[in-house]
Design a protein around this ligand. Structure first.
Ligand code: PAF
Length: 285
C-alpha cells in the first residue's frame, strides 16, 4: 500500500523510528528519478519519496511558476517503482511563518552553477538539511547529474553530522547520450538534436584523457569545438575540476571531473563526467 503524508506529524507517524531509503525530488519525475527510487527500493525495507518544489532554490519567480507539476502522474510513477511512502508537503509545512534559517556551504557553492544562479545552492542546502532532519533516512539517494549539488549535499551532511549516508547515483542518459532532465522536454526538435553535443563534448574529452592526454587546454578546446558546431548552443562553461573542491586543475588526475553548462533556447543544460576513474582506495594516498 502507498502511504501519503502531507504534514511533518503524519510523516513521523508513518515512519516511526524505522530507518528508510529516501529520494528527495521536486516532482516532474523522469527515468533518472525512477532509477534512484528503484535503487532505494532494492537497498531498503521501505522507501520514502518527497515531492516539494522548493521556492528558495529558484532565483527567478517566473521559473518557479513555470516549473512542471503533475502530482497524479508522479504519484503513479512512484507507486509503480515500489516506493511505499510519499511526502508531499505544502510550502507552509516546510517553511512555517517566521522561518529564517539558512544553510550555506560556502566554497563549494561559489563557482559554476552557484555563479550563474546566485542563492540557488543556499536554497538547496537549506531544504535538503530540513528534509534529511525530518525523514532521518538510513540512505538518501542523489543523482551525479547535478554534480555540484551532490558535492554541496555531501559536505553539509558531513559538516552537520546528519544521520545515515548520502548515496551518489550515476547519471541516466537518453539513447543518444543526453543526460535526462525535466528541461529536455521544453526544447524544440532541432535544439534537442543539437543538445547531443553536450555529452559528445564530455565523451570526447574522456577519450582524449584515456589515450594519454594529461593537459587540460587541448581537452577543453576539443570539447568546446563540439558545442561551437551547433548554432543554437552557447557554451557557458566547460572546465575540468578536482572532484572534491570543484576548483579547476591544470592536469588530468584520477577522478578529475569535466563540468559543462550550455544555454539553449533560454534554458540551461548541465552535465558532467569523470575523466579518469578514481584509483581504488587501497592504491590512493
Ligand atoms: O535535485 C533536486 O531535485 C532538488 O534540488 C532537491 C535535491 C530535491 C532539493 O530541492
Amino acid at each position: 500500500v502507498l502511504e501519503i503524508a502531507t504534514t511533518r506529524d503524519e510523516l513521523r507517524a508513518i515512519l516511526g523510528a524505522e530507518a528508510a531509503g529516501y529520494v528527495p525530488t521536486m516532482g516532474a519525475l523522469h527515468q533518472g528519478h525512477i532509477s534512484l527510487i528503484e535503487r532505494a527500493v532494492r537497498e531498503n525495507a521501505r522507501t520514502v519519496v518527497s515531492l516539494f518544489v522548493n521556492p528558495k532554490q529558484f532565483g527567478d519567480p517566473a521559473d518557479l511558476v513555470r516549473y512542471p507539476r503533475d502530482r497524479e502522474r508522479d504519484f503513479a510513477a512512484i507507486s509503480a517503482s515500489g516506493a511505499t511512502v510519499i511526502f508531499s508537503p505544502r510550502e507552509l509545512e516546510i517553511y512555517p511563518p517566521g522561518f529564517e534559517t539558512t544553510i550555506e556551504v560556502t566554497s563549494l557553492s561559489r563557482r559554476w552553477e552557484g555563479a550563474a544562479r546566485p542563492g540557488h545552492f543556499r536554497g538547496v542546502a537549506t531544504v535538503v538539511t530540513l528534509l534529511l532532519s525530518l525523514v532521518r533516512p538510513a540512505r538518501a539517494y542523489f543523482g551525479e547529474k547535478d554534480f555540484q549539488q551532490l558535492r554541496v549535499i555531501q559536505r553539509l551532511h558531513a559538516d552537520l553530522g546528519l544521520p545515515g549516508s548520502i548515496v551518489p547515483c550515476p547519471t541516466v542518459r537518453d539513447s543518444d547520450g543526453l543526460a535526462l532532465s525535466s528541461r529536455n522536454a521544453r526544447l524544440s526538435a532541432l535544439a534537442r538534436r543539437q543538445a547531443v553535443a553536450i555529452p559528445r563534448a564530455l565523451f570526447t574529452m574522456r577519450d582524449l584523457a584515456d589515450s594519454g592526454e594529461r593537459e587540460i587546454a587541448p581537452l577543453i578546446a576539443a570539447g568546446s569545438q563540439e558545442v561551437a558546431k551547433r548554432d543554437l548552443l552557447t557554451l557557458d562553461y566547460l572546465t575540468v575540476v578536482d572532484p572534491s573542491t570543484l576548483e579547476p586543475i591544470p592536469t588530468v588526475v584520477p577522478g578529475a571531473r569535466a563540468l559543462i553548462a550550455v544555454s539553449v533556447e533560454g534554458l540551461r543544460l548541465i552535465d558532467n563526467l569523470a575523466l579518469l576513474e578514481p584509483l581504488p582506495a587501497h592504491l590512493s594516498g
